[in-house]
Design a protein around this ligand. Structure first.
Ligand code: G3I
Length: 449
C-alpha cells in the first residue's frame, strides 16, 4: 500500500501544476493574442474635408453600404436582417452638469421656434434634460441640425447627442488611406456650443452590408486585418479625444442565439476582434468610457448571456469595458418585467447602462398608414413611462443616460424611407416637433410622478 502521505503530496503537486498551467494558459491566451496589439500604429493622413467620388458633402460618400453608389443600400438590407426596424421587434461621469436634483430652469414655453411643445403635453419649466440627474440624449444628423426647428428642439431638450450616421466606419473612413471627419466634427462643435455630451457611435458595426466597398475588397492576412482594425479605431478615437466622452466600440455583434454574427472582422481576425477593438479604443483614449451596444437584451435569452460572458472574459484579460448599450428599439407590448430582469443582471455585473437608441414603435398590426389616435398615444406614453421607471431603478453610479433614436417622428429612421411619415410614431415629438403625450409621461417619470 503506497504511503498515503506520498500519494497525497503527488496528487497535490499534480493539481497544483494543473492550476498553474490553467492560469498561465488563460493569461497566455489573453497575452499571446494581444501581444502584437501593443505595437504602435503608423500615423495616417486625415483630411478633414476629403473629396471622395466627387461628393464631399455626404458623410457616407463612396463608402459604406450606406452610400447607394456602392449599391449596398443598407437601409433595405438591415431591415430584413437584424436591427429592429419600424415594425415589431423580435420574437444604453461626463455630463456637463449633473444636478443633484432637477434644477428649475428657464421655462420651455419661451423658445422662439414656432415648434413650442403642445401645451397639454408640457409641464411648466420642464424640459427632458432638466428633469433627470443623468443625460437625456438624441441621435442627431448634421444636415437636420442646420434646420432651425430641429436645432432649437435638440438644444432646448437634450443634454447629450449621438451621431446617427456621421461617425460610422464608412462615413469617416471613405477609403483605405482617407478619413473624413467633416460632419462628425460639426456635430461635436454643435454639442460643445450647447454644453452637451457626445456619445460616439460606432467604431465597429460588424455588418458586411454596411462595410465600404474598399474594406470588403481589402486583401491581407490576419495581421494586416488586425492593423486595419487598429488603425481605424485609433485614428478615429484619437481624433475625438477629449471631445467624445464615450464610444459604442462594437455594435450588434451577437445573433439572438448568442453566437457571434458572421462578418469580415470575424472571418479575417477571429472572435478576438471584439477584445482587440476594446483594447485599441482604450489605448487611444484611456479616459473614454467604452460600451458594447446591441439590441434585444430586454428580451434576455442567449444573447444577454453571451454578452455578459464576453464582459467576464474581457475583465479576465484586463481589457476595459465600462458599460452596455441597450438599444431599446421597442414596442408597446414589451414585457417590462423582462427588461427589469436583464437590467438587474447588468447592474449585478457593475456595468454602466445606456438606453442608447430608445423608440417605441406603435404600428404593430396597423395598416401601412395609420393615425396616432389618442388611445395609441396614451398607450405609448404609458410604455415610455414604464421604461423610464425601470431605468430609474438603476443605481445612480450606473446611470449613463437615455438616448432616443432621433428627435421627432419626422426624422425617425423608421419613417426615413417613407413618403408621408404616417408609417410609425416612435418618438417623443410629433412630425411638427410638438410634444406628444409620451414627452409628458417621460418627464413625469423623471419627476417621480
Ligand atoms: O448620407 C447618404 C446620402 O448622401 C445618400 O444620398 C443616401 C442615399 O442612400 O444615403 C445616405 O446615407 C444614409 C445614412 O443613414 C445617413 O442618413 C444611408 O443610406 C442609410 O442606410 C443610413 O441609415 C442609418 C442606418 O443606421 C445605417 O447606418 C439610419 O439613419 C440610422 O438610424 C440607423 O441606425 C441604426 C444604429 O446605428 C444601430 N442600431 C439600429 C439603428 C437603426 O437601424
Amino acid at each position: 500500500m503506497q504511503n498515503s502521505y506520498l500519494v497525497r503530496t503527488t496528487n497535490f503537486t499534480k493539481y497544483f501544476t494543473l492550476i498553474i498551467l490553467l492560469f498561465s494558459s488563460s493569461m497566455l491566451a489573453c497575452k499571446s493574442s494581444l501581444e502584437e496589439d501593443l505595437a504602435p500604429v503608423a500615423a495616417v493622413k486625415t483630411t478633414p474635408a476629403a473629396v471622395v467620388n466627387g461628393n464631399s458633402s455626404s458623410d457616407s460618400a463612396g463608402t459604406s453600404g450606406e452610400d447607394s453608389s456602392t449599391g449596398a443600400d443598407e437601409t433595405s438590407s438591415s431591415d430584413e436582417t437584424t436591427t429592429p426596424t419600424s415594425t415589431e421587434t423580435q420574437s444604453n461621469p461626463a455630463t456637463p452638469t449633473s444636478p443633484t436634483s432637477p434644477a428649475t430652469p428657464a421655462s420651455p414655453a419661451t423658445p422662439a421656434s414656432p415648434a413650442a411643445p403642445e401645451k397639454s403635453n408640457v409641464i411648466a419649466n420642464r424640459t427632458l434634460k432638466n428633469s433627470f440627474n443623468f443625460p437625456i440624449g438624441a441621435a442627431v444628423d448634421m444636415d437636420r441640425l442646420n434646420g432651425k426647428t430641429y436645432n432649437n428642439v435638440v438644444s432646448r431638450e437634450f443634454s447629450s447627442v449621438t451621431a446617427e450616421s456621421s461617425m460610422k466606419f464608412g462615413a469617416v473612413h471613405p477609403s483605405k488611406d482617407v478619413f473624413n471627419f467633416k460632419k462628425a466634427d460639426a456635430i461635436v462643435a454643435f454639442a460643445k456650443k450647447n454644453n452637451m455630451r457626445v456619445h460616439g457611435h460606432t467604431l465597429i458595426w460588424p455588418k458586411d452590408s454596411l462595410a465600404p466597398s474598399w474594406l470588403l475588397n481589402f486583401k491581407g492576412d490576419s495581421t494586416a486585418w488586425d492593423n486595419l482594425l487598429k488603425t481605424h479605431i485609433q485614428t478615429v478615437v484619437k481624433h475625438f479625444k477629449g471631445q467624445v466622452a464615450s464610444w459604442d466600440v462594437v455594435n450588434e455583434a451577437y445573433a439572438d442565439n448568442g453566437t457571434l454574427k458572421d462578418n469580415i472582422w470575424l472571418r479575417n481576425i477571429g472572435p478576438d476582434y471584439i477584445s482587440k477593438a476594446f483594447l485599441y479604443a482604450h489605448q487611444a483614449d484611456p479616459n473614454a468610457l467604452l460600451f458594447l451596444n446591441d439590441y434585444g437584451q430586454e428580451f434576455g435569452g442567449k444573447k444577454m448571456t453571451a454578452i455578459l460572458n464576453l464582459v467576464a472574459n474581457l475583465r479576465k484579460c484586463n481589457i476595459r469595458i465600462d458599460g452596455l448599450g441597450f438599444q431599446m428599439h421597442t414596442v408597446l407590448r414589451l414585457d417590462i418585467k423582462g427588461l427589469k430582469t436583464n437590467v438587474d443582471r447588468t447592474v449585478a455585473a457593475g456595468l454602466l447602462i445606456h438606453f442608447s437608441e430608445l423608440d417605441v414603435s406603435v404600428r404593430y398590426q396597423k395598416p401601412e398608414n395609420f393615425k396616432l389616435d389618442d388611445a395609441l398615444a396614451t398607450a405609448q406614453a404609458a410604455k415610455f413611462k414604464e421604461i423610464v421607471k425601470v431605468y430609474l431603478s438603476i443605481p445612480k453610479a450606473l446611470q449613463f443616460g437615455i438616448t432616443t433614436w432621433g428627435v421627432s417622428d419626422a426624422d425617425s429612421f423608421m419613417n426615413s424611407n417613407v413618403v408621408n411619415k404616417d408609417h410609425d410614431y416612435p418618438l417623443l415629438f410629433d412630425k411638427n416637433y410638438s410634444a406628444k403625450p409620451a414627452y409628458k409621461s417621460f418627464i413625469e417619470a423623471g419627476l417621480g410622478k
